[in-house]
Design a protein around this ligand. Sequence first.
Ligand SMILES: [Cu+2]
Length: 463
Amino acid sequence: MQRRSFFTAAAGAVAATAVSRVAMAALPEAVSQSSAETAAPLVPPNGRPYHPVVTLNGWTLPWRMNGGVKEFHLVAEPVVREVAPGFSINMWGYNGQSPGPTIEVVEGDRLRIFVTNRLPEHTTVHWHGQRLPSGMDGVGGLTQPHIAPGKTFVYEFTARRPGTFMYHPHADEMVQMAMGMMGLWITHPKGANPLIADVQRDYAWLLGSFAVEPGAMTPRVGEMTDFNIWTFNSRAFPAIAPLVARQGDRVRMRVGNLTMTNHPVHLHGHEFEVTGTDGGPVPQSARWPEVTTDVAVGQMRQMEFVADEAGDWALHCHKSHHTMGAMGHAVPTMIGLDHSGLVRKIQKIVPDYMVMGERGMADMGSMQMPLPDNTFPMMSGKGPFGDLEMGGMFTTLKVRKGLGANDYGDPGWFRHPARTVAYEYAADGQSAPAAPSVPRQTPPGQAPGAPSVRKPGAGHEHQ
Ligand SMILES: [Cu+2]
């Protein structure tokens, strides 16, 4: 990740990979990232200025300027991504990570993107949402020959419109996207744009899903519906970085979906507007307040709000199975079942046997259940008040007073002002409001305490 490495020509690579229009030019160095931590935003060292995004648990690909053209070098390759502590997946990605690095450019930039294929099979890169010459669209077989293993192809186009985009293969797509090949692309506006606000915090992530058996490390690539690992930028809660904002900041969230199902993204404590899609900025007259917006497959949504409420706010997919870790999806319903004698019998055969969920499944957050190697609990994460019972597509928005403009560090848990936290009711407490006491009437012929059903139009005067 050092700038100077761009200017050391990889001389040996020239002869083997020279392409006519860039003949005699060395390939830009392929910068690789080994960490799954959120990198500091990349302030542009040259070219047109812009306010950079923060890629959750990701990074932005550096470039070099070459005769007025911005040059990037993507390398498609197998990677090992740490999805949660103690849990890594064999993925395919770009430049050391899945998702690949975010590409940030400015409207009007002339671009040259070198793509080297180090996968065991051919690939291409499709630049989702871009206006570009048809032959640069990256659809293997339709607009270009596939990039064979070991080969480098060059894509050249101008970033014609500002917005939130992504890139992914258009070759053996089912396998390559199930393995994690995707990345974000941000085209910043050139100068002021009436539909694009200045924001103080600009976060971006891609929704992902993987089918990995507990204890395994490689996704089932043929899976169509039964995924068990749900991710923001190939990370699962509690390993997803929080979004941090200074109270009063205008915040943008850019979210793209390359999974096999839709994800209703839900933010607590604030209302946002969808200000843009991968089709471009949304006209002012077409924006309305939301607290949840659905991000369908193959879509991007750009949401904005003013972070004016201090606190720790949940930010998650609203499908409850998508905020679970690996192991919860095939558990039988045990609520209300008395199986007290059964456990001891089964433990004679399977000593570690535990029953899940006779009172619901909340107990599982704190169960010290033996797990296979390389997986993570279905419900995990500790908060200041106990177990969070989450996993998968869940993180927090942490809004604090007086943070520095470039302070993206986790500020820790919120310190709630006095008397602003929900509390346990105490019968002798002075502060709890008294609930009205109404004696229950039992209809004739019905046992006291039995549920009563009131039929419409039955005309009972009580209740
Ligand atoms: Cu979801």
